[in-house]
Ligand binder design. Structure first.
Ligand SMILES: Nc1nc2c(ncn2[C@@H]2O[C@H](COP(=O)(O)OP(=O)(O)OP(=O)(O)O)[C@@H](O)[C@H]2O)c(=O)[nH]1
Ligand SMILES: [Mg+2]
Length: 172
């Protein structure tokens, strides 16, 4: 069984894991409440709220699991911690990677503190990626271009960590 499982949860999480399709020996999973979005995914095992409990069969003892999502929407904010709690009951190390919303996404920003509290209960490490920082980092990009560039860059960092056998903490 694969020692690494990577789960994209909701829109942001799934967009990010699409950069990781070529990774060898990794179990790539996608979870969404939006079944249409799951249909278009090739070579990725897909899960919905109805099948959430089956995810634990995907992780093996002594493995590392990455859970990726964007904080603020419904799916990722609710289900990423749920998935973490299901998986954390097995002996896998859970590393959660979540984007924080843009400042102008006020209603979404309000969900951040509760999310962090919940996710920390069920993970070994929580990495936050600021979407707001993209505004200054890529001032001339559309939101789509900024997401794609940042998510690709982040995926490269994740690949490097995995190629080093996930030793130590994920670099912040
Ligand atoms: N880095 C990055 N962030 C994204 C991307 N798409 C969305 N986001 C951020 O993630 C937050 C949540 O969006 P989604 O992931 O689409 O939401 P969801 O979890 O699918 O939730 P619902 O669609 O409401 O069920 C947004 O408010 C954005 O800040 C992406 O492709 N890359
Ligand atoms: Mg969505």
């Amino acid at each position: 069984m694969n020692k690494i499982t990577i789960i994209g949860v909701g829109g942001a999480g799934i967009n990010t894991i699409l950069n990781l399709k070529k990774l060898k020996n990794c179990n790539l999973l996608a979870f969404n409440t939006d079944k249409e979005r799951l249909k278009s995914l090739k070579n990725i095992k897909t899960f919905t709220p109805e099948t959430i409990d089956l995810i634990k069969k995907e992780v093996s003892d002594g493995s590392t699991t990455f859970i990726l999502n964007g904080i603020g929407g419904k799916t990722g904010t609710i289900y990423a911690p749920k998935i973490a709690s299901i998986i954390n009951k097995t002996s896998t190390k859970v590393i959660a990677i979540s984007t924080t919303p843009f400042n102008l996404e006020k209603k979404r920003v309000e969900k951040v503190d509760d999310f962090i509290k919940e996710m920390k209960k069920h993970s070994n490490q929580l990495i936050l990626r600021s979407n707001q920082e993209l505004v200054t980092k890529y001032p001339n990009y559309s939101m789509k271009e900024a997401f794609e560039t940042a998510d690709k860059e982040f995926s490269d960092k994740l690949k490097l960590f995995i190629s080093n056998e996930c030793k130590g903490n994920f670099p912040n």
